[in-house]
Design a protein around this ligand. Sequence first.
Ligand SMILES: [Fe+2]
Length: 508
Amino acid sequence: MNSKLFFLLCALSFFMACAEQKPLIPLSDDGTSVFYDQAKKPFYHGVASGDPLTSSVIIWTRVTPDNVSDIPVKWNISTNANMSNTIKSGTITTNATRDYTVKVDVQDLAANTTYYYQFEALNGQSIIGRTKTTAADDKSPVKLAVVSCSNYEAGYYNAFARIAEKDDLNAVVHLGDYIYEYQPGGYGDSSLDRKHLPAREITSLSDYRTRYAQYRLDKDFQKVHQMHPFITIWDDHEVANNVYKAGAQNHQPEDGDFMTRKEVAKQAYFEWLPVRDNATKDIYRTVKFGNTVDLIMLDERLAGRTYPVDSVSQSEFQAADRTMLGAEQLAWFKNELTTSDATWKVIGNQVIFSPCDISDLGFGSPVNLDAWDGYPYERNQISQFLANEKIENVIITAGDTHSSWAFEVPSEDRKSTIAIEIGTPSITSANSDERTAVEEVLQAEKVLSAKNPHLKYTDLRNHGYVVLSLTEAETMVEWYYVDKLNAPSDKEVLGKKYVVKNGVNQLQ
Ligand SMILES: [Fe+2]
């Protein structure tokens, strides 16, 4: 080719490339940018980690570019807190199809080891996160914070800030109601300057994404994710109140197609939370902590929960086809229990499992029909299985009620105890004393205890979290309560403490 022609071709291809270059489209603001801390640009939403295994862990961040584009994000893992001993790194590209979230399943790590991680993109660096892998086959002690119900509008995340300060936790277990779907003021008190965004009930993919973005711009929520790996499960409000497989109490025809809403809610959950991806977006799973704990996380909402009933006198109440887990998950759960070689089987469960008579509390129903009491057939299947198979050392955890509970879980015939159940209070969501006078709440606690001899402790007034400390010999259960929700505060108290000895289904 002569040089003149070569020059002409080069010039032509240059002009064509210029003509093809797309104009920059600014990333649209969902209204949450008012909460951005510019010092964190472009990683305003901090970092998170989760679902630890012996040799891998999920690390997470979200990058916020100025313009719509593919963004390469570099990640680094180090053995020290100043990131000077990087042992692994890589680059992953994110874009609008996953709301600019970044999730890496880091492999080939050492067991029972603390790591630090950081992301880089667009000439910025994220805050440094801390995480920890689980132990291999040994009897190391395990310490878990158990939380639920973190309604942004209902209060400041003082409890998350206190958990972030604890240096000896293996993980934080969030039992659901991580976000709430309501419009501003749609659920209880919202007098604080913490109004939900977007300013409507969330139903679309962009709605759910914006709601997660707002929650994760809170500094205390960011801090707790930065300091500990999370193991999370959804309850109902990650989709809509009292959700089940095919509908929800808080889903009306004007909210659109329910199955679409459920799918986009799940999509946003998998984008924004540090959970390990899988093809079916099922979330029930077991996390093993050596031979000390198998943490069995159940999905009691979206995988297999069938239609609710309105009354215990409804003919379908006891029906065998009314399930919370569904046949597939129940079979999996039984297998996890019988094949477990861990001393403690901790069940990540959303709603109260134990029978609980609430007939004198004025709810118009003798039991909570949204809890396991509303699905008696399947509950009895599990109770019988635990008794018949002599499954020992089962600690069931529960969220959902915004209150504290300790049950010695009775067998179906109420003649023996088959497990221990621990209810964690809400991080912020309102409980009884935000709705009723304290004297009435104290009276309700007395009534509950009198009606339910297997209920050893309840507190319907306080907010906070539970810490489970598990060793070969015993499980210690501690309820920590914060002093207020309506303002930032660093005060907390140890509200209650029990010990459960290995092989003894008793709260001591
Ligand atoms: Fe809740």
